[in-house]
Design a protein around this ligand. Structure first.
Ligand SMILES: Cc1ncc(C[n+]2csc(CCOP(=O)(O)OP(=O)(O)O)c2C)c(N)n1
Length: 637
């Protein structure tokens, strides 16, 4: 007999990262769990997973083990791939994945499992899934979970737990306090206590991961439940809907219909799937559109109103110039995070209207005059419905100005400034010539990240990816592999630094093993240049920034990748094309130097730090720099 896992009204065990509004919706989903849903129908249409005997798209029904029920629930959601590593406690689960036809990918280290799940979500717009053992499997996965949390990516982590029953023995293997470890890094944590709860826990995790501002949700399942049998009858819950704040919207509308206002739109990742509406609203308002780093591609860079990323001194020149001419900023689906704003160096305007799905983001980092809690798509569609009131006459002078300013940015990027090694900004600018508009580009945490944000033009959503806010070095390597696993129809390229490479290069063996033809480019400059740039001006020396030199050709051969090298600017375009033409995964060593180009983001960051630094600190810094300048030692390492 099937029993409800959570009686209506009883809240799932979720961490406080879910905001109140999301909790209400999650509670509602529990209460409404009997309806057959559009979610199931969408999965049916996708038709990716072969269903087992007891499973249909509407839910999990029939007598089966907890592991089979977990696999069945994932099948209902049309999961594209489960990333992870099995262990003694999870072999039952992995066997059920295979039996149910759930696609999976074995990774080399769980650090990559969470990253790949995250990247698969970024690349597809669907929830990414990983499965790890407790203890070390979980602790390995934490960095990637943190990145998904900070970058608002919907991920479900199936974390298996030890036996937590009252009579369980002490000293069980992997017996760390897994729930306590998870709580600070997830948006929601669902602790399963009975095998009957497994399907609903997974359905709820999918919902919580997607709702409002997305994020990672962990489902903690004690391993004895995988073999325990139950009669299941658990339908997929209906999709949630959040009420729209009509009164708040009318205030926003009243300001936007005032034709004296010169509006600029700042769009973040929240707009990722609202691109056409965003562009249409920009056209109505004749408003330039800048994006955050994670919002790159929300509006195609080829659009005449697109000005690139950022709107302060850290972003493109075109964005900076365009926003000097506006008095009203409409910020949609964006958080104004530290990295995207070069430590909150955001110019102030007469009016800031901030719209975001998470009320906790509204007006938090930059004071907003008007705020509205709303999903970006819903908000933009309301504006389109009021299009007649918003419409401004076409402004060809604005388009021409944007076109001229963007040409200046482009010209800067393609003018070689560093030789004889490869100029990193010139390199990334050449992707525009070498790659098609739909290819997926992964950029790691290197000094070149900021040049990439400026120089790589993106013509649509879900094509440009970087670990924007947790900034985990080495992220791009597994992320590119995970994305390629679920987007075999797209070319995936990854630009990483030599320091990042040292952190996760061994995962490239997974690309070779699974024949995932990712093109990896490693910028080899022999050091942590990013740190050198930060340390040198304030300490007049560098500490712990010179890194191990690698024989990249030997490494590529050892893990089963093709090998390619680009050593000078003249070979950049042909070198990229050589890599793209290679049929399988290939590692390209790019011999770079960073000396000779400014990084706008870094300049903006420095001015901001100096501006915010207390006088006492300024004196200390100046004294140190002065003394070290007079007594130079070459003790850089
Ligand atoms: C996991 C992690 N550790 C440390 C840092 C701090 N950090 C940011 S960039 C960087 C150096 C990156 O080195 P590399 O990949 O060689 O790129 P480069 O700086 O030379 O461009 C470091 C140490 C980080 N962001 N993430």
């Amino acid at each position: 007999m099937a029993v409800p896992l959570l009686e209506p009204g009883r809240s799932p065990n979720v961490s406080p990262q879910l905001n109140r509004r999301e909790l209400l919706v999650a509670g509602g989903a529990v209460g409404a769990a009997t309806a057959v849903t559009a979610v199931g129908n969408q999965a049916e249409a996708a038709g990716r997973v072969v269903l087992g005997r007891y499973v249909n798209r509407a839910g999990v029904q029939g007598r089966m083990t907890g592991a089979q029920a977990a696999a069945a629930a994932l099948a209902c959601q049309g999961v594209r791939c489960v990333f992870g590593i099995p262990g003694a406690q999870t072999n039952e689960l992995w066997d059920a994945f295979k039996a149910r036809g759930i696609p999976y990918l074995l990774v080399a280290n769980e650090a990559s499992a969470s990253v790949m799940a995250d990247a698969s979500a970024r690349a597809t717009g669907e929830v990414g899934v990983f499965s790890v053992v407790p203890g070390p499997g979980l602790t390995n996965a934490l960095t990637g979970i943190g990145e998904a949390l900070f970058d608002s990516i919907p991920v479900v982590g199936i974390v298996s737990d030890i036996d937590r029953s009252p009579k369980a023995p002490i000293g069980q293997v992997h017996g760390l306090s897994n729930a306590a470890i998870l709580r600070p890094v997830v948006k929601g944590l669902i602790e399963v206590r009975h095998q009957a709860e497994i399907p609903q826990a997974l359905f709820q995790a999918y919902q919580a991961a997607r709702m409002g501002e997305p994020g990672p949700v962990a489902v903690l399942i004690p391993y004895p439940l995988y073999t325990a049998v139950w009669d299941y009858d658990r339908p997929v819950p209906p999709p949630f809907s959040v009420p729209f704040d009509e009164a708040g919207y009318s205030h926003v509308l009243a300001h936007l219909t005032d034709r004296r206002r010169r509006v600029g739109i700042y769009a973040g990742l929240g707009c990722v799937d609202a691109g056409p509406s965003l562009a249409a609203v920009a056209e109505l308002l004749q408003a330039p559109v800048a994006t955050s780093v994670s919002g790159k591609g929300c509006i195609p860079d080829a659009h005449p109103l697109a000005v690139g990323w950022g709107y302060g001194k850290q972003g493109t020149r075109a964005a900076e110039a365009a926003f000097e001419d506006v008095d009203t900023v409409l910020a949609v689906g964006v958080r104004y995070s530290e990295v995207s704003t070069a430590s909150y160096a955001i110019p102030r305007h007469d009016l800031l209207i901030h719209v975001d799905a998470n009320p906790q983001n509204l007006g938090k980092n930059v004071p907003a005059h008007l705020t509205l809690c709303s999903d970006a798509q819903v908000f933009l569609d309301h504006l389109l419905a009021d299009g007649a009131a918003l419409r401004r006459p076409p402004c060809p002078e604005l388009w021409q100005k944007i076109h001229r300013d963007r040409q200046v940015d482009r010209c800067e990027a393609v003018t070689v400034k560093i030789a004889p090694c490869v100029d990193p900004m010139f390199f990334v600018s050449q992707f525009r010539c070498a790659l098609g508009p739909d290819e997926l580009i992964f950029i790691d945490v290197t000094a070149a990240t900021h040049w990439a944000s400026e120089a790589i033009e993106v013509q649509g959503p879900r094509r440009y990816f970087t670990p924007a806010d947790n900034q985990s070095m080495g992220w791009a390597i597994p992320a590119a592999i995970g994305a390629q696993r679920v987007r075999l129809d797209r070319q995936v390229v990854c630009v990483t630094g030599d320091g990042c490479f040292l952190m996760s290069a061994i995962e490239m063996s997974t690309a070779a093993r699974a024949a995932l033809p990712v093109k990896f480019f490693v910028f080899d400059d022999g050091g942590y240049h990013y740190m050198q740039m930060l340390q040198e001006p304030v300490y007049r020396r560098t500490t712990a920034t010179e890194i191990a030199r690698i024989d990249y050709a030997a490494f590529a051969q050892a893990v089963g990748l093709g090998y390619n090298q680009i050593s000078d600017n003249a070979d950049v375009l042909s070198g990229i094309q050589r890599a793209l033409a290679f049929p399988g995964p290939v590692l390209t060593r790019v011999v770079v130097s960073y000396e000779g180009r400014e990084i706008r983001w870094l300049n903006a960051l420095r001015s901001q730090y100096i501006r915010k630094m207390p006088n006492r600190e300024k004196v200390r810094l100046a004294a140190r720099v002065g003394v070290r300048a007079l007594t130079p030692h070459d003790d850089n390492d």
